[in-house]
Design a binder for this molecule. Structure first.
Ligand SMILES: Nc1ncnc2c1ncn2[C@@H]1O[C@H](COP(=O)(O)OP(=O)(O)OP(=O)(O)O)[C@@H](O)[C@H]1O
Ligand SMILES: [Mg+2]
Length: 271
């Protein structure tokens, strides 16, 4: 992949489920060496997009290129260069984390020596040192997620696709993972494409963001650019930019007056 080839480029990428168009003629370019945050309301099409890009789900129309290879014509070339944690991915319950990582390493063509060398520091950075010999069956939710992330990293991929990677991960491991991903981007030119609902994280961690809404790209670029596009002042938080960009109406709690004790139009107590 030359310096100039984008890490990810989609060309009218579309996915329909029956009559529902989950991703609608998406045209998105992600340059190499950036952390790209993919944002959007529930059901907007984030996971569907990621799953098409990583070869888990065939597009209905259009296509995309990942690491310079066509996702429809050259899926194996794509798979060689990427690390993935798709939504709802599971592990083999009866393997230990060590075995799971070894399997991931072998599938990516690493030598036994490389695998042996890489597993301990991967477990350590995820805070799983000492748990490598335990079966996944006995792991907590967050420990499983961390194992999945470690599996996606073992072959040092050029491009990482992570669907809500920080969900369920404790603050200490989140910090370690963020530091690691940033180093991979800054030192090796790795590209990170990840979805999240955590606006504070996206705001501080991403070089660029894309906001998808009902299958359509509603905005893409730096947060400053999206803020300007939404007509918001410089200090406006990303949450505000997001709500404005997707044109969402934030539902009023007074809809549930039987829960809040306050009817629509009534002022808060003491207010
Ligand atoms: N296998 C499926 N069959 C039918 N419809 C589906 C399927 N998978 C997703 N959809 C629909 O496609 C749309 C996009 O779903 P998708 O999972 O891509 O959203 P998302 O942006 O990842 O949402 P979330 O933030 O909740 O994870 C939704 O309307 C969803 O109901
Ligand atoms: Mg999703």
């Amino acid at each position: 992949m030359s310096e100039l080839t984008p890490a990810i480029q989609t060309d009218n990428l579309t996915r329909r489920y029956g009559t529902l168009t989950a991703v609608d003629q998406l045209n998105l370019t992600v340059p190499r060496g950036v952390i790209f945050g993919f944002l959007g309301p529930n059901g907007a099409g984030k996971s569907t997009t990621i799953n098409m890009l990583i070869g888990l789900l065939p597009p209905t129309a259009g296509t995309g290129r990942v690491a310079g290879f066509d996702i429809r014509q050259e899926p194996l070339e794509v798979k060689r260069r990427i690390g993935v944690v798709p939504e709802g991915m599971s592990l083999y319950e009866r393997l230990t984390a060590n075995e799971q990582l070894e399997l991931a390493g072998r599938l990516h063509g690493l030598t036994p020596a490389e695998i042996k060398q890489r597993i301990p520091p991967l477990l350590e950075i995820m805070g799983l040192q000492g748990s490598g010999d335990r079966m996944i069956l006995d792991y907590s939710q967050g420990m499983r997620k961390k194992t999945l992330i470690a599996c996606a990293l073992i072959h040092a991929p050029q491009i990482l696709f992570l669907d809500e990677p920080f969900e369920g991960i404790d603050p200490v491991s989140t910090r370690a993972l963020k530091n690691l991903l940033r180093e991979m981007v800054d030192q090796r030119g790795t590209t990170i494409f990840f979805s999240t609902h955590v606006m504070e994280l996206a705001e501080r961690f991403c070089d660029q963001v894309g906001i998808i809404n009902k299958g359509v790209l509603a905005g893409v670029g730096s947060i400053a650019a999206l803020r300007a596009q939404a007509g918001l002042p410089e200090e406006a938080p990303l949450e505000e930019v997001f709500i404005r960009t997707v044109g969402a109406e934030v539902k009023d709690a007074t809809l549930l007056s039987w829960l809040t004790g306050r009817a629509a139009g009534e002022l808060p107590a003491g207010g």
